[in-house]
Design a protein around this ligand. Structure first.
Ligand SMILES: CC(C)(COP(=O)(O)OP(=O)(O)OC[C@H]1O[C@@H](n2cnc3c(N)ncnc32)[C@H](O)[C@@H]1O)[C@@H](O)C(=O)NCCC(=O)NCCS
Ligand SMILES: Nc1ncnc2c1ncn2[C@@H]1O[C@H](COP(=O)(O)OP(=O)(O)OP(=O)(O)O)[C@@H](O)[C@H]1O
Length: 198
């Protein structure tokens, strides 16, 4: 089965995907894909510089991620432009990795896609698992993890579908409000209930 793992920014997707990885499940991460396809020399990076200007190229030639973030998380039009440039390559990379995981004999494969619902990508998966946190906890964890001001964190959260709305779309939900131990227990129970094997 192909399972879509999703959630809001800083809701705990990586935390849950690490638990799944420890159990041997294959995880294909859209955030990693979005880094691979913009490595220096990649056509996606050149297209981004054409559209957003040379200011988004760092001194070492790599993408200046904070500079691009400052543009796209405060401007919906620019964000749409970025998504149109980068998402096809992200999807292609993910599909290649999925094929590799199938060839390697993996039975259940997780696609970790933050924008699974926003980008209408549920057709790519057979089941969806949402990592949920209350919005106040999400804001607090994001500010702490990235050392963002409240304004910077809110700009990113508001670039996505409200996490409360995502609940209605998800098949299953892991509530990550509590301790890591509590989250781990929910993940274990969910795997047992679905009788999932890596
Ligand atoms: C703008 C960029 C350079 C900022 O990089 P930065 O290192 O600060 O953040 P990172 O890539 O680690 O993303 C962190 C989180 O931000 C959120 N996020 C990223 N891009 C977007 C977007 N276009 N719209 C809404 N939320 C987004 C996701 O929840 C993601 O997990 C980067 O996020 C990017 O290239 N985004 C476009 C690709 C994309 O849509 N990625 C999300 C999954 S496909
Ligand atoms: N149950 C928890 N208790 C306390 N802190 C947590 C818990 N789960 C996650 N965190 C912390 O919250 C932050 C966000 O978690 P994580 O990085 O897993 O989220 P994410 O959804 O993968 O984020 P992104 O969308 O940016 O990729 C991290 O600093 C993580 O250590």
């Amino acid at each position: 089965m192909i399972i879509g793992l999703t959630g809001g920014i800083a809701s705990g997707k990586s935390t849950v995907s690490n638990l799944l990885k420890e159990k041997g499940f294959a995880i294909i991460d859209a955030d990693i894909a979005a880094r691979v396809v913009v490595e220096p020399g990649q056509p996606v990076l050149e297209k981004m510089i054409e559209v957003f200007g040379p200011g988004i190229r760092a001194a070492d030639g790599a993408l200046d991620r904070p500079a691009l973030g400052k543009m796209v998380f405060y401007d919906e039009e620019k964000r749409k432009q970025l998504n149109e440039i980068i998402h096809p390559a992200v999807r292609e990379w993910m599909m290649e990795q999925k094929e590799k995981a199938i060839m390697a004999g993996k039975k259940n494969i997780f696609l970790d896609i933050p924008l699974l619902f926003e980008s209408n990508l549920t057709w790519m998966v057979e089941k969806t698992l949402l990592v949920y946190v209350d919005p106040e906890i999400q804001l607090k964890r994001l500010m702490e993890r990235n050392d963002y001001s409240e304004e910077e964190a809110k700009a990113r959260i508001q670039s996505q579908m409200p996490i409360e709305e995502k609940r209605a779309w998800a098949d299953d939900i892991i509530n990550n409000n509590g301790t890591l131990e509590e989250t781990k227990n929910q993940v274990d129970k969910w795997i047992t209930r679905l009788r999932l094997q890596p």
